[in-house]
Write a protein of this length. Structure first.
Length: 488
């Protein structure tokens, strides 16, 4: 349907029309939004009901009106009765209601209502603004389905309208069905931070009656210290079922310790509470001075007044393929980013980028970064990518020094399935790294397939997920820090 605002049709007798398929409307409009005819010509009075019917106030003209609706020769009928036709010119100087495209209509039926007025049931309707338009049938009902097999829990369809029932993401709260009993204590390897680790271990065991686990290398140090025989460990060769024995993780250090925790738990990850004892600590929102109070709050869970807020940090599942087959032992879950670059090669990287087996672009430059929202404030930001709130479900696709002025970073939904492939005609091999570690070479024909991991990393908030994030932006990156301008 085409609408022309502030224009009208003018016929040979200099009469203005807001017409549709040979129907001329009167200018009189009733208080309820209907249009009524005041003469016995072919003009009609119509009010648009919910079912698309019309009330005609002139019984004598209903037959001619029905004949005009069923007239197949629209052009001659329009000329005979003086109705709107395409041969009339547009006069933009004459203000009137909108004019709609002319179309033919099927035969309508006539019945007499309780008030004695004829009800003309057709496939037309009249709006309160004077625009006449087609309503050929009731709006088709519809429903939504997801292509991944899950139900549309967020989307709602009512009376053929689409709506969101709630935001896609929201703050989560940690609740325990039963009191936690086992905690995994992680710290930097070596003698560094041993005094802090001893203090936390004593507090958890003697005051909170928790079982304390540490890594095998750290356990060897605790074993040589009198009074710490209660500290336990696990076999580092097999951590597949570690998440079934650990209720939550306490990290002492910086962001690297949290990345290490993500590496230990390949699948499900227990809640992680981290205390900043490192150099930057963007992800470590808790201070060591408040460690006992914060740990007690995590242990008590829903027994506290404010509860325990957590952030579910999305991870990426990455797998290396060679000759179209997955390589054994080459499956990784990353918290920050996966990077494919040229390494020490003197040539530009040439990387073919696919999304759901569809070639979307070719990277010619130093490489490309695929980052999570958590990793958006790390390497991706340094390469010019956006900083994204950790609760936004997305992936960041950021080129590294591309040899193109128009290659800008983009943000993809978390449903994307990416494949970064080294083509056979590439000048050299490439290198891939996962969270800055486990770096290995990609030969020509190799590829890395990237998708959202089903298991996020839950981190305990100091305040809430948004407050902690902005606090880290300002504290660690000096985000938008400047002197205030003086008042006039």
């Amino acid at each position: 349907m085409y609408n022309l605002n502030k224009t009208s049709w003018r016929n040979e007798n200099n009469e203005n029309y807001a017409g549709y398929s040979g129907i001329r409307l009167s200018e009189a409009q009733t208080s309820n939004g209907s249009f009524r005819s005041n003469n016995s010509s072919a003009e009609i009075a119509a009010s648009a009901g919910s079912d698309g019917t019309y009330l005609n106030g002139n019984n004598s003209s209903s037959s001619s009106f029905m004949n005009e609706l069923s007239n197949d020769n629209g052009s001659s009928a329009s000329q005979k009765n003086g109705f709107v036709n395409s041969r009339y010119e547009l006069d933009k100087k004459v203000p009137s209601a909108n004019v709609t495209e002319q179309r033919s209509n099927p035969v309508a039926s006539v019945s007499v209502g309780d008030d004695g007025l004829e009800v003309i049931e057709g496939n037309m309707c009249a709006s309160a603004t004077g625009v006449v338009r087609v309503q050929s049938r009731k709006k088709a009902e519809m429903f939504l389905v997801r292509t991944d097999g899950f139900s549309c829990a967020r989307e709602k369809v009512t009376e053929s309208s689409l709506a969101f029932t709630h935001p896609s993401t929201q703050q989560q709260m940690l609740l325990w069905k039963s009191p936690p009993k086992t905690v995994l204590l992680l710290k930097k390897l070596g003698q560094e931070l041993m005094e802090e680790a001893k203090e936390v271990a004593r507090f958890l065991y003697y005051q909170e009656e928790m079982n304390v686990l540490v890594e095998p290398e750290v356990h060897d140090i605790f074993a040589r210290i009198p009074g710490f025989g209660f500290v336990q460990t696990f076999y580092s060769q097999d951590t597949s079922d570690l998440h079934e024995r650990v209720d939550f993780v306490a990290c002492l250090g910086g962001d690297g310790v949290i990345l290490h925790a993500s590496n230990i738990f390949r699948d499900a990850v227990p809640p992680v509470v981290s205390f900043n004892l490192g150099s930057l600590g963007f992800l470590t929102s808790h201070t060591f001075e408040d460690c006992k109070k914060d740990l007690r709050q995590v242990i008590n869970g829903n027994n506290t007044v404010d509860g325990v807020y957590i952030t579910l940090r999305m991870r990426l599942r990455c797998e290396i393929f060679r000759n179209g087959k997955a390589m054994p032992g080459k499956l990784f879950d990353v918290l920050n980013e996966v990077v494919v670059d040229r390494g020490s090669n003197p040539y530009l990287s040439k990387i073919e980028c696919y999304e759901h087996d569809r070639l979307i672009t070719k990277v010619q430059g130093d490489g490309v970064i695929v980052a999570t929202p958590t990793g958006s404030t790390a390497y991706s930001t340094a390469a010019g990518g956006s900083m994204v709130h950790p609760n936004v479900p997305c992936m960041l696709f950021t080129p590294i020094c591309p040899h193109s002025l128009s290659f800008r970073p983009v943000i993809l939904p978390d449903s994307a399935r990416l494949e970064l492939k080294i083509p056979e005609d590439a000048r050299s091999n490439a290198w891939v790294s996962f969270d800055g570690k486990r770096r290995q070479q990609l030969s020509r024909g190799d590829s890395v397939r990237i998708s959202m991991s089903q298991h996020p990393l839950p981190t305990v908030n100091k305040c809430d997920q948004t407050g902690d994030w902005f606090h880290s932006l300002i504290r660690c990156l000096n985000w938008n820090e400047r002197l205030d301008q003086k008042a006039l």
